[in-house]
Design a protein around this ligand. Structure first.
Ligand code: ADP
Ligand code: MG
Length: 231
């Protein structure tokens, strides 16, 4: 059953107005599939990922992982975020002043991986994402696209069951973008992980197993031909 959202609603109050980002979202992402979440800017994609991750509570509806509510606070949430979830925010979060290699290594060590193995895995993932010559760079020394890839390496390092990525190819050139899409496909298909990616990237949409559109706070299947035409 993997990830399930049912009847999820989420509104924000800002400047005396209420913005309904999610009205009634129902979706499922199974292990082994890469699902693209498509929608215009401001349609609620980031909010949906954040609610799916348990970072934000829905006003209504339920979010479950393997049939259990996704924990949002306390030790349960820390464990879930460490052991099950790999998330890349739209604004990649890395530790300032720390090399990206160390940043990936620390996440692995926090998950119980021995330091030498953590180093090895970190190097491999960062290389795979085209950052082999940037291992000792700190986030503030990197471009947005490089930071995004480093954040993805960090998120994927623990081989999480659920991967949530927010416009991960948004700042990448076509070669780096293609490598990233292919990596996420392998994670879904070979590792049998559940992967949900907010994106406008036509390559991602074309190579995803399914595409969903988020509009007016509701998610619907996007017929692949229609998304291509919308190009
Ligand atoms: P997307 O990722 O598709 O661009 P978002 O989920 O970021 O959309 O935002 C959806 C809507 O919710 C937007 O109108 C945005 O302004 C509003 N919103 C998102 N987060 C907040 C917040 N913390 N406070 C107020 N409004 C927010
Ligand atoms: Mg967004």
């Amino acid at each position: 059953m993997a990830l399930r959202m049912e009847g999820v609603a989420r509104s924000f109050r800002a400047g005396g107005e209420t913005v309904r980002a999610l009205a009634d979202v129902t979706l499922a992402v199974e292990r082994g599939e890469l699902v693209a979440l498509v929608g215009p800017s401001g349609s609620g994609k980031s909010t949906l990922l954040s609610v799916a991750a348990g970072f934000e509570a829905p006003d209504d509806g339920v979010v479950t992982w393997d049939g259990e509510p996704v924990p949002r606070a306390g030790a349960g949430a820390s464990r879930w975020r460490r052991d099950t979830l790999g998330i890349v925010a739209q604004e990649p979060q890395l530790v300032e002043g720390m090399s990206i290699h160390r940043s990936v290594g620390l996440r692995l060590e926090a998950a119980g991986v021995a330091p030498s193995e953590a180093q090895r895995r970190g190097t491999r993932l960062l290389r795979e994402l085209g950052l082999g010559d940037r291992l000792t760079h700190r986030p503030e020394q990197l471009s947005t696209g490089q930071r995004q890839r480093a954040a993805l390496a960090r998120a994927l390092s623990t081989d999480p069951q659920l991967v949530l990525a927010d416009e991960p190819t948004g700042s990448l050139d076509s070669q780096a973008g293609r490598a990233l899409v292919e990596l996420l496909r392998r994670v879904a298909h070979e590792r049998r992980r559940a992967v949900l990616v907010a994106t406008h990237d036509q390559r991602m949409i074309a190579l995803a197993d399914r595409a969903l559109t988020l509009e007016d706070g509701v998610v619907r299947p996007a017929p692949r031909d229609a998304t291509r035409q919308a190009g």
